[in-house]
Design a protein around this ligand. Sequence first.
Ligand code: GCW
Length: 721
Amino acid sequence: MNQSFFLYIILQLYLLIAPCNISAQEDYKLWLQYKKIQDNKIASNYQSKIYRIYPLGNSETIQAATKELQQGISGLLDRKIALQQSTNTENMLILGNKSSLNEAILKNIKNEFDIINEEGYIIKSIQLKNKKHLLITGKTDIGVLYGVFNFLKLLQTNQSIENLAITDAPKINVRILNHWDNLNGTIERGYAGSSLWNWHKLPEFIDQRYIDYARANASIGINGTVLNNVNASALILTPQYLEKVEALANTFRPYGIKVYLTARFSAPIEIGGLKTADPYDTEVINWWEEKAKEIYLRIPDFGGFLVKANSEGQPGPQNYGRNHVDGANMLADAVAPFGGIVMWRAFVYSEHDVNDRAKQAYSEFVPYDGQFKKNVILQVKNGAIDFQPREPFHPMFGAMPKTPLMMEFQITQEYLGFSSHLVYLPKLFQETLESDTYQKGKGTTVVKIIDGSLNNHKITGIAGVANIGNDINWTGHPFAQANWYGFGRQAWNPYLDSETIAEDWLRMTFSNEENFIKPVKEMMLESREAIVNYMTPLGLHHIMDTGHHYGPGPWVSTLSRPEWNPVYYHKADTKGIGFDRSKTGSNATAQYAAELAKIFDNTASCPEKDLLWFHHLSWDYKLKNGETLWNGLALKYQEGVNQVEKMQTTWDQMKNYLDETRFKEVQMLLNIQRKEAKWWRDACLLYFQQFSGKELPKGVEKPTQTLNYFQSLKFPFAPGN
Ligand code: GCW
């Protein structure tokens, strides 16, 4: 074989292997792609303004920030960038916290340090001896790190770096991921592979993935992580596991990420050998105090505990005739000496309570307003049932002014198509955050409750149930990365528009081409309404199949807990459909402010998107567009399918803007999404049609199968269950 032919073969082999390796890396790199900037004008403009990097200080955080700058700039500008400890040359990129800045640099700063908090940052164009430089600073090294990621975001999204004067700071203190990860490596409601935490190899083996996890979270300002499931195993609190937790805490610390753990309320019995876990029992109190000391000895900046108590069978203070205040305050006292907090979940409901499930958490917690210790914050789901494709905001947000309340969103898509459906969740999060509670008149939105501004609470927080696993793309679906990313951006600034976030993410992850961004951003923004339409339109909710929650199950009616049965929620009968939560029904509307109750109570003023959440209406009820309820419902289901098909048409035209691997991944996943949207439409309409007795209206496709077929489907190994 002659040499040139041999080289040709080698080249072909490389090209065959290289793309999938590169794309696998691209999938892995999330929004920190740092790909070479294609626009030469923009690239050369950046080149002319960034000569070298001048780090001030050498803490682990400053080292991480410097390394990120080098990695980012060398990727984006396709050139190595050196460090230099001087400003004799123009266009130095100077990074350091306030205490590291000399007088000459400080002269360039006016009041910026007064308007940022400990995690805030400043990015500013400055002059030193008539030479221009760029300064990235903050009160702390973490602030500098956040400034570095946001400076790199400017380059990644091709924004100007002329005359920069940026100051920014997080509006919420605790910005945290709840990992429902089990110690056996499975993830409850996880659809992206196994748990990242390799408990077997920790503490010695620190996977690069832990560092990349920390980088990704720091890049969006997430500063906390709860490593384990809220359906907790007490074992996490044993020395054997705390040693492993400590290793992760050490890995995350330079990136400003604190570790928290879920505390199983019965741990004093299960791993402490006590006879009780009664929060009034002195031995139990001492046990938790000792446990806290043990943890803080290992992890001085341990964040605290997240607790699911007396909910879905989890142990709690009520097992001992005590209440949530007793339980939370006992744990709060244990961690208080170390600055720790207790996040106590309000996700409670009981199979023995005949009241509307949507009312139970409010009824149980509102009477305790103001009774929790000051280092307790209640973690409340966005809606009163359970992370449905759409829920009115949880009434607790408007009803407990004396208690810090933090939001719990679900980033993993338990009720939103797992990791097969493209659903841009920051749109859902924004809808809840912007909801008006009327707590102190019009305009007292949920966001003002959770950022502490309305009731002047010191501790503020927002949690997202993580969608992360050890899949190469971290989240199972390339676009599910946008949900992790978007949650982080909204946690930092809950007033941020989800459209702005989508655009940033697209530019950083895929391309700055306008012909790509515009249509794909619209696709993302529409995807949230699409899934509501093809799963639970007009306020329907909780009609998924049992256990795994994969696919429709509106017919399910035989489960032991009535409030686990979909029929409990849609209440379809020959007269109509929907759950009457108005004053003529369960009166759940009374848990909202009077102004809102009035709006929800009245079908004429109730938003149609929440209609069947609050009302049971006749199949012939006239919707605002003149359609009967039956026709309107059927047309909504069809609209959802049409919206997915439109998403496919959009995506099919994007082939040339990104790598083939991710392009094909999304195409295949959209095929699943369309198939499953039809499945939801057909199964639900065939089932409800038994009650309405009406034909499908014009425009709605005939079902693909019979109702019996859909009811026969079983998925014993559906993921995440
Ligand atoms: O949505 C439900 C899930 C459970 C979860 C529970 C909770 C961790 O089906 O898997 O348990 O909510 O939020 O505690």
